[in-house]
Design a protein around this ligand. Structure first.
Ligand SMILES: NC(=O)c1ccc[n+]([C@@H]2O[C@H](COP(=O)([O-])OP(=O)(O)OC[C@H]3O[C@@H](n4cnc5c(N)ncnc54)[C@H](OP(=O)(O)O)[C@@H]3O)[C@@H](O)[C@H]2O)c1
Length: 352
């Protein structure tokens, strides 16, 4: 008998997390919450693999009360938008929560309500993911262990947004295809600030930089110079076709920690003429110290026109799933990467 896991929401992350739980030697699927009415009442096997799939014997519900009443050790909480009241109820019911939607390194003020719920339920909340939550802070900290006298760390994403199949999000939330003023004043900066400021702060605190308390956020925009075909239709000249966001911690006005996101609708017909460079889509990590280190991570971004899932989403789910045993064993409250032991992937069933 493994640890009993509930999957909360079955979007890209949720489906990959269920598959990850089924492959993990120490976990079993105990329940599943779905948002969509049409998925409620279905066997989870059908939800992840379609009609005719092998039943898993676990029925999806859209009732939080069903989940609260369930005997389970942990919940992978992956809805579209976080609802802190739901997370508090799950924690109070004694379930550990692992999530890619926030709480990577909350300040005491941000953590207080959910910490109280976790202590009441003798449970633990852990925020993780890919970026923020992994490549943006855990990995820079891990690589910095091979360097002394650290002067700067950087994590940077280079992604082609043409593979992102969420047209409403890309246009209305991310601001692609809009005029620059509308994109600049849209919700994206604030939405991203929440997680990435926590990621920068974790690096500052753990490495011990005497950084200014305010993390600096900034952004840049590229516009199309000719029509660019994209999943949201043609992006016309003058409309937003590339965005960069930066978060920096400063010492004496010089950055010591920087996270950057580069999102481009391809590399042609952009002003400024941004490209990914010869290394293409990737994540990069840099540590400057003795010695300087740089790492390029490939495999999480899909190729434009390629088949298969979005591997960054699968990686996000895996990070959540592989963390469950350590989160269940952690002291009640909020556990960050700084509190948990080294976590790894687990052997495939035929090799374990
Ligand atoms: N930190 C990271 O690195 C990272 C990486 C990837 C994703 N994320 C976050 O993880 C979450 C899940 O991502 P995803 O790619 O799985 O998203 P997704 O494919 O859009 O799926 C989200 C799921 O949420 C449910 N849902 C839809 N509308 C909802 C609503 N109004 N309220 C509550 N739930 C609703 C649906 O579940 P059902 O289909 O079950 O009805 C939907 O499938 C998002 O918040 C995303 O931002 C974080």
């Amino acid at each position: 008998m493994g640890l009993r896991v509930v999957q909360w929401a079955t979007g890209g992350v949720g489906i990959a997390a269920i598959k990850g739980v089924l492959e993990h030697p120490d976990l079993e699927l105990a329940g599943c919450w779905v948002h969509s009415a049409e998925k409620a009442g279905k066997d989870v096997g059908e939800i992840i693999d379609g009609p005719g799939a092998e039943p898993l014997g676990v029925t999806a519900t859209n009732s939080i009360d069903d989940i609260l009443a369930l005997d389970a050790d942990a919940v992978v909480y992956a809805p579209l938008l976080p609802n802190p009241d739901e997370v508090a109820a799950l924690l109070r019911s004694g379930k550990n929560v692992v999530t890619p939607v926030g709480w990577i390194y909350p300040s005491e003020r941000q953590a207080a309500p959910l910490k109280a719920a976790a202590l009441e339920g003798n449970a633990t909340l852990h925020g993780t993911g890919i970026a923020p939550g992994g490549i943006s802070e855990k990995f820079p900290l891990m690589f910095s262990v091979m360097s002394t006298g650290v002067t700067f760390v950087r994590a940077e994403e280079f992604s082609d947004l043409r593979t992102y199949e969420a047209p409403d999000v890309v246009r209305h939330v991310m601001g692609f295809g809009e005029v620059p003023d509308k994109a600049l004043s849209g919700p994206m900066q604030k939405l991203l600030d929440g997680g990435f400021i926590q990621a920068v702060q974790m690096c500052v605190d753990k490495i011990g930089f005497r950084a200014e308390p305010k993390i600096r956020s900034s952004q840049e925009i590229a516009v199309a110079t000719a029509p660019i075909p994209s999943p949201i239709g043609e992006i016309e000249p003058g409309q937003v076709a590339g965005r960069k966001f930066h978060w920096e911690a400063l010492v004496d006005n010089e950055p010591v920690v920087r996270i950057t996101v580069n999102w481009l609708m391809g590399e042609d017909n952009l002003d400024p003429a941004w490209t990914f460079g010869p290394e293409g889509q990737r994540y990069e990590i840099e540590v400057r110290g003795n010695p300087d280190i740089s790492v390029c991570i490939k495999g999480f971004q899909s190729e434009v026109g390629g088949q298969g899932p979005e591997y960054g989403v699968v990686g996000t789910a895996a990070h959540c799933v592989n963390s469950i045993p350590a989160v269940c064993a952690a002291a009640p409250g909020i556990a960050t990467y700084l509190d948990l032991p080294l976590i790894s992937g687990k052997a495939a069933p035929q090799l374990g």
